[in-house]
Ligand binder design. Sequence first.
Ligand SMILES: [Zn+2]
Length: 235
Amino acid sequence: MPLHESDSIILKTYPLAEADRIVVFFSRDYGKIRGVANGVRRLKSRFGASLEPLALSKVTFFQKETVELVRIRSCELIDSPMKLFEDYDRAILASHVADLVDRFLPDHEVQDAVFRLFGLARQSLVTDCPLELTRCYFEVWMLRLAGVFPEFFRCSVCGKRLGTEESRVFLPGLTRMACHSCGQGRGTEVPPDTIDALHWIMTRPLNAEDQHPRGAGLQHLGQLNKIWIEQYFER
Ligand SMILES: [Zn+2]
């Protein structure tokens, strides 16, 4: 039985039999995996806190070609998730991020860009980065990496490139953009501060020190993300 090892973020766990747990983890080298950890529910488990949701851990596991669940042999904590759960809003957002990663990712598919995004969001949650920005940033990039984030900077009708300053409209359905002349009378004007917030997110690292988006632009983009995420899972 081949033995593998990979840095991983624990997504969720649930009980199995008396003392065991099913662990869903996102490994950098093998993608999302489901495994069984034996004895993890005993009081003095050898796994300690390394299998808590959102822990960053080095997971060592056996994988049999024919069996869906891997067997987790050991797990070494690299970074504890405890700080993520120190206050209510942070804890809710941390769980939301883990839940989206879990739902967006297929099993056993290496997704290095998503792994780095997840790590970035996880790190940003324990700094003084505003939670609203972390959430919006994570959602925009998750949708982009899944290939379902709408094109904001090109007219979907005539193909013209749209700069940040140019006015544009959302066509009905909110997934296609049109320039001012193609969209006349057909859709909803996109507020300039929404474009600015998106442009910042697409061109800056989350921990950039310059003036970050806030207020209505960020809020509006957050509402749109919510719609696109729902649409994605309804497909
Ligand atoms: Zn056009």
